[in-house]
Design a protein around this ligand. Structure first.
Ligand code: GRF
Length: 204
């Protein structure tokens, strides 16, 4: 299967995919054909370049409207004819055009146990609420914010010390689980195929 990975930040989830594929290119069942970003100068793009992967950048501010940006992102992604798109720390909500082309084929990872704490601050919000467990969710992207069908989740316990650093250490512990889960899920989707039945993701 062909993967396009979208990033906005440090790209450690992308790196986990790059490494897993490099470990066993045949066995993994998928390869990354391009990495896209919504901004320049991020470590995620450097990781892609270091791995010799084609990259593209699609910035909201270069477009007149959010819709125009969404269309440009969809077209830039479509160039690489992906079977699956992986949103790996991509901090933008995609729109209608993107979903028209890649709905049901776009996977996102979120650092909380959805449906709790959706949005850009999943880790901080879980702490602020006083949750004792949190974690990560890999799910399909739909037209809501972190609302699509859940594929897999991982649990992480909140520690008392987590209140001291605003959630940085907690986020790091979540990301360790998140990277493993994302690699496992993407590989499985690519290798076995899947069906989405309502809110349920069914593997054959
Ligand atoms: C991940 O925790 C992702 O869920 C969140 O941002 C983080 C991205 O990390 N939204 P990285 O860029 O893959 O290192």
């Amino acid at each position: 299967a062909r993967l396009v990975v979208l990033v906005s930040g440090s790209g450690t989830n992308l790196q986990a995919l790059i490494d897993a594929i490099a470990d066993d290119p045949q066995g993994f069942g998928a390869r990354i054909v391009a990495v896209g970003a919504d901004r320049d100068g991020i470590a995620g793009l450097e990781r892609a370049e270091r791995a010799g992967l084609p990259t593209f950048v699609c910035r909201v501010k270069d477009h007149e409207t959010r819709e125009a940006w969404d269309l440009a992102l969809a077209e830039a992604t479509a160039v690489y004819e992906p079977d699956l798109v992986v949103s790996a720390g991509f901090m933008k909500i995609v729109g209608k055009e993107f979903l028209a082309r890649f709905g049901g084929r776009c996977v996102n990872t979120h650092p909380a146990l959805l449906p709790s704490f959706p949005g850009a601050h999943g880790v901080r919000d879980a702490l602020a609420y006083g949750a004792k467990v949190t974690g990560c969710t890999v799910h399909f992207v739909d037209d809501g914010v972190d609302t699509g069908p859940i594929i897999a989740q991982g649990v992480v316990e909140v520690r008392d010390e987590d209140y001291e650093d605003g959630g940085d250490a907690l986020h790091e512990r979540i990301k360790e689980i998140e990277r493993r889960l994302l690699v496992e899920v993407v590989g499985r989707l690519a290798r076995t195929g899947y069906r989405i039945e309502g809110r349920k993701v069914v593997f054959p």
